[in-house]
Write a protein that binds this ligand. Structure first.
Ligand SMILES: [Zn+2]
Length: 402
């Protein structure tokens, strides 16, 4: 497990990080003694790439990205990126740390862990208060690191305030967190056994067959990939991406109030609508993956299990997010078209659809709903491409804001 310091550390941050690092290595070596643990620290680097000048808050996913680059280069299993800068948060008022199961990395900030401001007399370096402060800061950072590590091992939150997996509401909650319970330890042990296994790229198999390597690695890690996808909650995409939803719903409303759209939609064969829908799902997902740079890994062209896991997780998450949007559009279109449009009106609008002048049947309504949903999804994807890239990556990669 590699530690990656990013940003300008002051004395307190530096000492706290050293303490947290030492405590974590002691705890993990004692608790999971069957594994050969190593805790290297990367060279410190500056924040520029990850910070936004207006509020100087660091972008968690950019930090994690940096950690992943180090991880890939040095063959680590996990990367913990520590920064003294405050983390940018999107869904809560602040974030102490952000884990990402899909990339097996996490970002931690010491900015809000400090128990008090620096002493009034800075030359009094050795005052007991100062030592106490470093100690508290170190213990908090340690508890936070253990909490995030638990998330990387797919642990859930518990209600026990003395457990590492307690969801801290305030910074002082971190002071109470002491260890994992028995069940969590067993679950972590199983996860770690997986991680410690020989990796596919180390066996030398499929070295020159990229596609086979991808398929094999994705299959081997299928449960990890599923867990990582669940953590990103793709079914919440329509709620989280307002531009996607706005564009899709606008398209839907315009089509539903246009006679020609009814005629066109209802006259499509069901098979054609299914094909159109599958095509729209695939094309919009691919477009967003490309447009939002979700698969960018130019820096490390080497094949690796970890990168297959990341790519498969994020691709599946985006695909499911778009499928959720499609399903919502489909159901809402079907409900609206059945509820608000009288048979007489529909017969007038879609006169050419039925030959004997009868009212359109279920098949026609399903065709219409599929047709409108597919077009709505396509326009929605154009809207989603205007979502801020940092925000999109945050939703796709960050599991929570701790
Ligand atoms: Zn948590």
């Amino acid at each position: 497990m590699g530690w990656v310091p990013v940003g300008a550390f002051d004395e307190a941050d530096r000492r706290a990080t050293t303490r947290a690092h030492r405590r974590m290595s002691t705890y993990l070596r004692e608790t999971f003694s069957e594994f050969d643990w190593q805790f290297p620290t990367a060279a410190r680097c500056d924040l520029e790439a990850a910070a936004h000048p207006p509020d100087a808050r660091a972008e968690p996913v950019a930090l994690i990205d940096h950690g992943v680059t180090e991880r890939d280069a040095r063959h680590w299993d996990f990367a913990l990126v520590v920064t003294p800068a405050d983390l940018r948060s999107y869904f809560t008022s602040y974030a102490l740390g952000v884990p990402s199961q899909a990339v097996q990395g996490a970002a931690l900030s010491t900015a809000r862990l400090d128990p008090e401001a620096p002493p009034a007399f800075p030359d009094d370096q050795s005052s007991p208060d100062d030592a106490e402060r470093h100690d508290v800061l170190g213990r908090r950072l340690y508890a936070l690191a253990m909490h995030l590590f638990g998330h990387l091992g797919d642990l859930d939150h518990t209600g026990d305030a003395a457990d590492f997996m307690f969801a801290p509401q305030t910074v002082t909650d971190l002071d109470e967190m002491r260890g994992y319970d028995y069940e969590a330890q067993e679950q972590l042990r199983a996860e770690l056994r997986d991680v410690a296994d020989v990796r596919l790229e180390e066996t030398g198999q499929y070295r020159h067959q990229r596609v086979l390597f991808y398929l094999r690695a994705a299959w081997q890690q299928r449960s990890d990939i599923r867990n990582a996808v669940v953590e990103t909650r793709p079914w919440a995409f329509p709620l989280r991406f307002s531009r996607l939803t706005t564009a899709a719903v606008s398209t839907q409303v315009v089509l539903l109030t246009t006679a020609e759209a009814w005629e066109l939609g209802m006259s499509q064969p069901l098979g054609g609508v299914v094909l159109l829908s599958v095509g729209a799902l695939g094309a919009t997902s691919a477009y967003l993956l490309k447009r939002q740079h979700l698969l960018d890994r130019r820096r490390a062209p080497r094949l690796s299990e970890q990168r297959v896991k990341t790519a498969a997780s994020v691709t599946t998450a985006v695909g499911l997010g778009m499928a959720t949007t499609y399903a919502l559009l489909f159901v809402v279109t079907l409900a609206l078209s059945l509820a608000f449009f009288s048979d007489a009106l529909v017969e007038g609008w879609a006169a050419s659809v039925t030959t004997d002048g009868a009212a359109p049947g279920w098949g026609h309504y399903l065709s219409l709903a599929g047709f409108v949903a597919a077009l709505g999804l396509a326009i929605g994807a154009l809207g989603a491409s205007f979502e801020e890239q940092d925000y999109f990556r945050h939703v796709a990669f960050a599991d929570e804001e701790t």
